[in-house]
Ligand binder design. Structure first.
Ligand code: B1M
Length: 217
Protein backbone atom coordinates (compact mmCIF):
# COMPACT_ATOMS: atom_id res chain seq x y z
CA UNK A 1 0.00 0.00 0.00
CA UNK A 2 1.30 3.41 -1.02
CA UNK A 3 0.80 6.60 1.04
CA UNK A 4 -0.86 8.29 -1.94
CA UNK A 5 -3.26 5.43 -2.79
CA UNK A 6 -6.22 7.07 -1.06
CA UNK A 7 -5.78 10.32 -3.01
CA UNK A 8 -5.46 8.34 -6.22
CA UNK A 9 -8.71 6.51 -5.43
CA UNK A 10 -10.54 9.71 -4.41
CA UNK A 11 -9.77 11.23 -7.83
CA UNK A 12 -10.64 8.06 -9.74
CA UNK A 13 -14.07 7.83 -8.07
CA UNK A 14 -14.58 11.60 -8.27
CA UNK A 15 -14.87 12.27 -4.53
CA UNK A 16 -13.69 15.90 -4.51
CA UNK A 17 -14.04 16.54 -0.79
CA UNK A 18 -11.93 13.49 0.01
CA UNK A 19 -9.42 14.48 -2.67
CA UNK A 20 -8.93 17.87 -1.00
CA UNK A 21 -8.61 16.31 2.45
CA UNK A 22 -6.14 13.70 1.25
CA UNK A 23 -4.02 16.28 -0.60
CA UNK A 24 -3.77 18.32 2.64
CA UNK A 25 -2.93 15.25 4.69
CA UNK A 26 -0.20 14.09 2.30
CA UNK A 27 1.40 17.54 2.16
CA UNK A 28 1.36 17.66 5.96
CA UNK A 29 3.22 14.36 6.22
CA UNK A 30 5.87 15.66 3.82
CA UNK A 31 4.96 14.31 0.38
CA UNK A 32 6.25 16.87 -2.14
CA UNK A 33 3.87 18.77 -4.44
CA UNK A 34 5.78 17.36 -7.44
CA UNK A 35 5.29 13.79 -6.22
CA UNK A 36 1.58 14.41 -5.58
CA UNK A 37 1.04 15.88 -9.01
CA UNK A 38 3.17 13.66 -11.22
CA UNK A 39 3.27 10.51 -9.09
CA UNK A 40 -0.38 10.41 -8.03
CA UNK A 41 -2.83 12.87 -9.62
CA UNK A 42 -1.69 12.46 -13.19
CA UNK A 43 -1.70 8.62 -13.05
CA UNK A 44 -5.16 8.82 -11.45
CA UNK A 45 -6.47 10.78 -14.45
CA UNK A 46 -4.79 8.24 -16.75
CA UNK A 47 -6.78 5.49 -14.98
CA UNK A 48 -9.94 7.52 -15.49
CA UNK A 49 -9.07 7.89 -19.19
CA UNK A 50 -8.48 4.15 -19.54
CA UNK A 51 -11.86 3.37 -17.95
CA UNK A 52 -13.51 5.84 -20.33
CA UNK A 53 -11.75 4.19 -23.29
CA UNK A 54 -13.07 0.73 -22.44
CA UNK A 55 -16.60 1.99 -21.73
CA UNK A 56 -16.54 1.57 -17.94
CA UNK A 57 -16.73 5.33 -17.41
CA UNK A 58 -18.88 7.96 -19.09
CA UNK A 59 -18.63 11.75 -19.44
CA UNK A 60 -20.07 12.50 -15.95
CA UNK A 61 -17.34 10.28 -14.45
CA UNK A 62 -14.70 12.28 -16.32
CA UNK A 63 -16.21 15.53 -15.07
CA UNK A 64 -16.32 14.34 -11.46
CA UNK A 65 -12.74 13.10 -11.62
CA UNK A 66 -11.69 16.40 -13.20
CA UNK A 67 -13.34 18.31 -10.35
CA UNK A 68 -11.65 16.11 -7.73
CA UNK A 69 -8.31 16.69 -9.44
CA UNK A 70 -8.89 20.46 -9.51
CA UNK A 71 -9.80 20.52 -5.80
CA UNK A 72 -6.57 18.70 -4.96
CA UNK A 73 -4.63 21.14 -7.12
CA UNK A 74 -6.23 24.08 -5.28
CA UNK A 75 -4.66 22.72 -2.09
CA UNK A 76 -1.25 22.14 -3.70
CA UNK A 77 -1.06 25.39 -5.70
CA UNK A 78 -0.12 27.80 -2.84
CA UNK A 79 2.89 25.64 -2.03
CA UNK A 80 4.17 25.78 -5.58
CA UNK A 81 3.22 29.26 -6.75
CA UNK A 82 5.31 32.04 -5.27
CA UNK A 83 8.33 29.80 -4.69
CA UNK A 84 10.10 31.16 -7.74
CA UNK A 85 11.20 34.61 -6.72
CA UNK A 86 13.11 35.47 -9.89
CA UNK A 87 11.02 36.94 -12.69
CA UNK A 88 12.13 34.73 -15.55
CA UNK A 89 9.81 36.11 -18.20
CA UNK A 90 6.23 36.19 -19.37
CA UNK A 91 4.33 33.22 -20.79
CA UNK A 92 1.00 33.45 -22.60
CA UNK A 93 -0.67 30.07 -22.23
CA UNK A 94 -3.86 28.44 -23.46
CA UNK A 95 -5.63 25.34 -24.71
CA UNK A 96 -6.22 25.42 -28.46
CA UNK A 97 -9.52 25.92 -30.29
CA UNK A 98 -12.03 23.08 -30.06
CA UNK A 99 -10.43 21.74 -26.88
CA UNK A 100 -11.79 22.37 -23.39
CA UNK A 101 -9.35 20.21 -21.38
CA UNK A 102 -7.68 22.54 -18.90
CA UNK A 103 -6.35 20.45 -16.03
CA UNK A 104 -2.95 19.82 -17.64
CA UNK A 105 -2.66 23.44 -18.79
CA UNK A 106 -3.49 24.66 -15.27
CA UNK A 107 -0.76 22.41 -13.90
CA UNK A 108 1.72 23.82 -16.39
CA UNK A 109 0.68 27.35 -15.32
CA UNK A 110 1.19 26.42 -11.67
CA UNK A 111 4.69 25.04 -12.26
CA UNK A 112 5.68 27.99 -14.44
CA UNK A 113 4.55 30.42 -11.74
CA UNK A 114 6.43 28.35 -9.18
CA UNK A 115 9.59 28.72 -11.29
CA UNK A 116 9.27 32.49 -11.45
CA UNK A 117 7.40 33.08 -14.70
CA UNK A 118 4.52 35.51 -15.04
CA UNK A 119 1.67 33.58 -16.66
CA UNK A 120 -1.07 35.11 -18.75
CA UNK A 121 -3.67 32.34 -19.08
CA UNK A 122 -6.01 32.72 -22.07
CA UNK A 123 -8.12 29.75 -20.95
CA UNK A 124 -9.52 27.03 -23.18
CA UNK A 125 -10.86 26.84 -26.73
CA UNK A 126 -8.55 29.68 -27.76
CA UNK A 127 -8.68 30.56 -31.45
CA UNK A 128 -5.53 30.96 -33.56
CA UNK A 129 -6.43 34.63 -33.95
CA UNK A 130 -6.64 35.13 -30.18
CA UNK A 131 -3.15 33.69 -29.71
CA UNK A 132 -1.74 35.88 -32.46
CA UNK A 133 -3.51 38.90 -30.97
CA UNK A 134 -2.07 38.11 -27.52
CA UNK A 135 1.46 37.83 -28.93
CA UNK A 136 1.08 41.16 -30.72
CA UNK A 137 -0.47 43.00 -27.77
CA UNK A 138 1.12 41.41 -24.71
CA UNK A 139 4.64 40.74 -25.99
CA UNK A 140 5.24 37.44 -24.14
CA UNK A 141 8.66 35.79 -24.16
CA UNK A 142 7.00 32.41 -24.57
CA UNK A 143 3.73 31.21 -26.09
CA UNK A 144 2.57 27.95 -24.47
CA UNK A 145 0.10 25.81 -26.41
CA UNK A 146 -1.76 22.86 -24.94
CA UNK A 147 -3.75 20.29 -26.98
CA UNK A 148 -5.35 17.16 -25.52
CA UNK A 149 -7.19 15.75 -28.50
CA UNK A 150 -5.74 14.23 -31.65
CA UNK A 151 -8.34 16.30 -33.50
CA UNK A 152 -7.11 19.60 -32.01
CA UNK A 153 -3.38 18.89 -32.22
CA UNK A 154 -3.15 20.30 -35.81
CA UNK A 155 -3.97 23.73 -34.35
CA UNK A 156 -0.45 23.83 -32.92
CA UNK A 157 0.92 23.87 -36.46
CA UNK A 158 -1.65 26.38 -37.72
CA UNK A 159 -0.89 28.81 -34.88
CA UNK A 160 2.85 28.68 -35.65
CA UNK A 161 2.10 29.22 -39.34
CA UNK A 162 -0.15 32.16 -38.53
CA UNK A 163 2.54 33.74 -36.35
CA UNK A 164 4.90 33.34 -39.28
CA UNK A 165 2.42 34.85 -41.74
CA UNK A 166 1.93 37.85 -39.45
CA UNK A 167 5.71 38.40 -39.11
CA UNK A 168 5.60 37.59 -35.38
CA UNK A 169 7.29 34.19 -35.29
CA UNK A 170 10.73 35.60 -34.41
CA UNK A 171 9.35 37.66 -31.53
CA UNK A 172 8.25 34.72 -29.38
CA UNK A 173 9.40 31.25 -28.37
CA UNK A 174 6.71 28.59 -28.85
CA UNK A 175 6.42 25.66 -26.43
CA UNK A 176 3.89 22.88 -27.04
CA UNK A 177 2.51 19.98 -25.02
CA UNK A 178 -0.47 17.80 -24.18
CA UNK A 179 -1.09 14.06 -24.14
CA UNK A 180 -1.00 13.34 -27.90
CA UNK A 181 1.91 15.73 -28.59
CA UNK A 182 5.44 14.35 -28.98
CA UNK A 183 8.93 15.79 -29.38
CA UNK A 184 8.90 14.51 -32.95
CA UNK A 185 5.66 16.37 -33.72
CA UNK A 186 7.00 19.52 -32.04
CA UNK A 187 10.11 19.35 -34.26
CA UNK A 188 7.99 18.76 -37.37
CA UNK A 189 5.89 21.88 -36.80
CA UNK A 190 8.88 24.06 -35.88
CA UNK A 191 8.10 24.61 -32.19
CA UNK A 192 10.99 25.83 -30.03
CA UNK A 193 10.21 23.47 -27.17
CA UNK A 194 8.15 20.48 -26.09
CA UNK A 195 7.51 19.03 -22.64
CA UNK A 196 5.72 15.82 -21.63
CA UNK A 197 4.60 17.13 -18.23
CA UNK A 198 4.22 20.29 -16.16
CA UNK A 199 7.54 20.02 -14.33
CA UNK A 200 9.37 19.49 -17.62
CA UNK A 201 7.47 22.43 -19.18
CA UNK A 202 8.85 24.78 -16.51
CA UNK A 203 12.38 23.42 -17.07
CA UNK A 204 12.13 23.76 -20.86
CA UNK A 205 10.90 27.37 -20.56
CA UNK A 206 13.71 28.18 -18.13
CA UNK A 207 16.34 26.70 -20.46
CA UNK A 208 14.88 28.50 -23.47
CA UNK A 209 15.07 31.83 -21.63
CA UNK A 210 18.63 31.16 -20.51
CA UNK A 211 19.68 30.20 -24.05
CA UNK A 212 18.03 33.33 -25.39
CA UNK A 213 19.90 35.51 -22.92
CA UNK A 214 23.12 33.86 -24.10
CA UNK A 215 22.15 34.71 -27.67
CA UNK A 216 21.29 31.14 -28.71
CA UNK A 217 17.82 30.62 -30.18
CO1 B1M B 1 -11.58 14.11 -22.43
N1 B1M B 1 -10.54 13.00 -23.65
N2 B1M B 1 -12.88 14.39 -23.81
N3 B1M B 1 -12.50 15.07 -21.02
N4 B1M B 1 -10.29 13.40 -21.15
C1 B1M B 1 -9.18 12.49 -23.13
C2 B1M B 1 -8.05 13.45 -23.53
C3 B1M B 1 -9.11 11.07 -23.84
C4 B1M B 1 -7.65 10.58 -24.08
C5 B1M B 1 -9.95 10.06 -23.04
C6 B1M B 1 -9.94 8.67 -23.66
O1 B1M B 1 -10.59 8.45 -24.64
N5 B1M B 1 -9.20 7.75 -23.09
C7 B1M B 1 -9.89 11.36 -25.18
C8 B1M B 1 -9.05 11.89 -26.34
C9 B1M B 1 -8.84 10.84 -27.43
C10 B1M B 1 -8.11 11.39 -28.58
O2 B1M B 1 -7.99 12.53 -28.86
N6 B1M B 1 -7.58 10.47 -29.36
C11 B1M B 1 -10.91 12.38 -24.70
C12 B1M B 1 -12.14 12.64 -25.36
C13 B1M B 1 -12.45 11.76 -26.56
C14 B1M B 1 -13.02 13.66 -24.95
C15 B1M B 1 -14.34 14.07 -25.61
C16 B1M B 1 -14.30 14.15 -27.14
C17 B1M B 1 -15.42 13.10 -25.10
C18 B1M B 1 -16.80 13.25 -25.70
O3 B1M B 1 -17.36 14.32 -25.65
N7 B1M B 1 -17.28 12.19 -26.27
C19 B1M B 1 -14.59 15.46 -24.97
C20 B1M B 1 -13.93 16.59 -25.78
C21 B1M B 1 -14.32 17.94 -25.28
C22 B1M B 1 -13.49 19.01 -25.96
O4 B1M B 1 -12.41 19.33 -25.52
N8 B1M B 1 -14.00 19.57 -27.04
C23 B1M B 1 -13.87 15.30 -23.67
C24 B1M B 1 -14.27 15.95 -22.50
C25 B1M B 1 -13.64 15.82 -21.28
C26 B1M B 1 -14.16 16.43 -19.98
C27 B1M B 1 -14.67 17.87 -20.19
C28 B1M B 1 -15.29 15.60 -19.47
C29 B1M B 1 -12.91 16.28 -19.03
C30 B1M B 1 -12.00 17.55 -18.99
C31 B1M B 1 -12.16 18.34 -17.73
C32 B1M B 1 -11.14 19.45 -17.68
O5 B1M B 1 -10.06 19.45 -18.28
N9 B1M B 1 -11.50 20.48 -16.92
C33 B1M B 1 -12.12 15.20 -19.73
C34 B1M B 1 -11.09 14.45 -19.10
C35 B1M B 1 -10.94 14.63 -17.60
C36 B1M B 1 -10.22 13.57 -19.82
C37 B1M B 1 -9.09 12.66 -19.29
C38 B1M B 1 -9.74 11.47 -18.60
C39 B1M B 1 -8.13 13.31 -18.35
C40 B1M B 1 -7.46 14.58 -18.89
C41 B1M B 1 -6.59 15.13 -17.79
O6 B1M B 1 -6.96 16.05 -17.10
N10 B1M B 1 -5.42 14.48 -17.56
C42 B1M B 1 -8.34 12.27 -20.62
C43 B1M B 1 -7.65 10.93 -20.56
C44 B1M B 1 -6.18 11.04 -20.21
O7 B1M B 1 -5.57 12.07 -20.20
N11 B1M B 1 -5.58 9.92 -19.96
C45 B1M B 1 -9.32 12.61 -21.67
C46 B1M B 1 -4.55 14.81 -16.44
C47 B1M B 1 -3.58 15.93 -16.83
C48 B1M B 1 -2.67 16.28 -15.68
O8 B1M B 1 -2.78 15.42 -17.87
O9 B1M B 1 -3.91 16.88 -19.57
O10 B1M B 1 -2.16 15.17 -20.26
P1 B1M B 1 -2.66 16.15 -19.28
O11 B1M B 1 -1.55 17.28 -19.02
C49 B1M B 1 -0.20 16.97 -18.76
C50 B1M B 1 0.66 16.79 -20.02
O12 B1M B 1 -0.06 16.45 -21.19
C51 B1M B 1 1.43 18.06 -20.11
O13 B1M B 1 1.59 18.46 -18.76
C52 B1M B 1 0.38 18.19 -18.05
C53 B1M B 1 0.67 18.02 -16.61
O14 B1M B 1 1.69 17.10 -16.33
N12 B1M B 1 0.90 19.21 -20.85
C54 B1M B 1 1.75 20.15 -21.32
C55 B1M B 1 -0.36 19.61 -21.08
N13 B1M B 1 -0.35 20.77 -21.71
C56 B1M B 1 0.92 21.14 -21.87
C57 B1M B 1 1.50 22.29 -22.42
C58 B1M B 1 2.89 22.38 -22.43
C59 B1M B 1 3.68 21.37 -21.92
C60 B1M B 1 3.13 20.26 -21.33
O15 B1M B 1 3.55 23.44 -22.94
C61 B1M B 1 2.86 24.63 -23.17
Amino acid sequence: MNATDSLHEAVVVGDWDLAALEASRLLEIGVSPQELVEGCLRPAMATVGDRFSIGDYFLPDLLMAGRAMSRAMDIIRPLVVGKGIVQRGRVVLGTVQGDIHDIGKNMVAMFLQGTGFEVDDLGVDVSDEAYVHAVRERHPDILGLSALLTTTMPRLRSIIMELDAQGLRNTVLVVVGGAPVTQRYADQIGADGYAPDAGAAAKVCRHLMESRHKGVR
